[in-house]
Design a protein around this ligand. Structure first.
Ligand SMILES: *[C@@H]1O[C@H](CO)[C@@H](O)[C@H](O)[C@H]1NC(C)=O
Ligand SMILES: *[C@@H]1O[C@H](CO)[C@@H](O)[C@H](O)[C@H]1NC(C)=O
Ligand SMILES: *[C@@H]1O[C@H](CO)[C@@H](O)[C@H](O)[C@H]1NC(C)=O
Ligand SMILES: *[C@@H]1O[C@H](CO)[C@@H](O)[C@H](O)[C@H]1NC(C)=O
Ligand SMILES: *[C@@H]1O[C@H](CO)[C@@H](O)[C@H](O)[C@H]1NC(C)=O
Ligand SMILES: *[C@@H]1O[C@H](CO)[C@@H](O)[C@H](O)[C@H]1NC(C)=O
Length: 257
């Protein structure tokens, strides 16, 4: 296992808009459990093509958090623990502000001049990493916390239980590309966290995985202390789960800005 902790800079303040707990509350006993808080039920285990061995690692899992200065992240115990388990990347390679263009570029190699968080749809003739992965029959999937159903294309999703908008399309990189969102086979690989629990339980995580915590758990509407509590609940136990992490898994924990 190699763990890369990239601590990027630049903070932009955003405030919460609805009455929800100010401290992190676990949505389920463990990341392997189903949660009614995620609304969308699981759609069965994902079907993957046979494993294609990599030269150094077989699975790449990236997890994106939001808007935290290097020093703030570094002051959190969980980041100090993670740094000991892997390596700290301390350079800043993000492209721009706002969020959406950085997510767009993470899968498409460019942000196409889209300096905004609007409802964007990138034409189907623009390729992404998915075209490269599909060509080599390397499985891939995204897990979006609080997204209601697989391949959901809406601009956001407000949880009916507490009226808070936890899921936002601007943090879901592949759905913004029509080559993915308008192809039902591909769109079904954009999955929610109840699917994650089932895929993990069946040892069927794909080889390329992109994880977006909800807009509170990623620190965007909260702060890095809150995101750290989410990491302690979600990531830390998964590091010991061989369905998630083995010697052949590369995990990149990073920040959009
Ligand atoms: C891609 O599609 C868009 C929208 O349909 C079109 O405007 C553009 O010319 C196309 N680009 C290429 C390189 O085919
Ligand atoms: C299950 O996947 C199909 C597409 O394959 C999608 O239309 C449907 O909404 C999904 N259901 C859930 C609960 O995610
Ligand atoms: C959610 O989407 C609705 C409809 O597009 C929009 O009016 C609202 O501002 C969005 N809310 C958030 C928090 O993004
Ligand atoms: C949809 O995606 C699948 C998987 O990459 C591909 O085989 C298929 O050709 C795509 N369909 C269209 C209409 O592009
Ligand atoms: C495996 O997947 C099935 C659905 O395909 C699901 O019902 C079952 O709970 C999963 N097993 C685990 C251990 O998560
Ligand atoms: C993971 O395993 C290590 C080594 O056995 C142990 O020290 C650590 O407490 C475990 N972490 C969790 C979150 O279970």
């Amino acid at each position: 296992m190699v763990l890369l902790v990239a601590l990027l800079s630049a903070a932009f303040a955003h405030s919460a808009s609805a009455a929800v707990a100010s401290t992190f509350t676990a949505p389920a006993p463990a990341p392997t459990s189903q949660s009614p808080f995620y609304v969308g039920s699981s759609n069965g285990t994902i079907q993957n093509s046979p494993l294609v061995s990599g030269q150094v690692f077989d699975r790449f899992i990236q997890i994106w958090l939001e808007n935290t200065d290097f020093s703030s992240a570094q002051s959190q115990t969980v980041f100090q623990e993670l740094s000991k388990l892997g390596i700290t990347l301390n350079q800043y390679y993000a492209l721009t502000h706002t969020s959406e263009p950085n997510y767009i570029a993470a899968v498409g190699g460019d942000f196409w001049g889209l300096y905004n968080d609007d409802f964007e749809q990138i034409p189907a003739n623009m390729s992404t990493v998915v075209d490269l992965l599909d060509e080599k029959l390397i499985s891939w999937s995204e897990y979006q916390e609080n997204m209601p159903e697989d391949g959901y294309t809406g601009y956001n999703y407000t949880n009916p239980q507490d009226g808070y908008t936890y899921y936002v399309r601007k943090h879901n990189p592949l759905i913004i590309y029509n080559s993915v969102s308008q192809n039902s086979t591909r769109a079904a690989r954009i999955r929610n966290f109840n699917d994650f629990a089932v895929d993990l339980g069946n040892n069927s995580l794909s080889q390329w995985v992109f994880v977006t915590p909800n807009i509170r758990d990623d620190g965007h509407d909260t702060d890095v202390a809150y995101a750290s509590e989410w990491l302690n609940w979600w990531l830390m136990p998964l590091l010991n789960d061989t369905n998630f992490n083995t010697e052949r898994t590369l995990i990149l924990l990073t920040f959009d800005e």
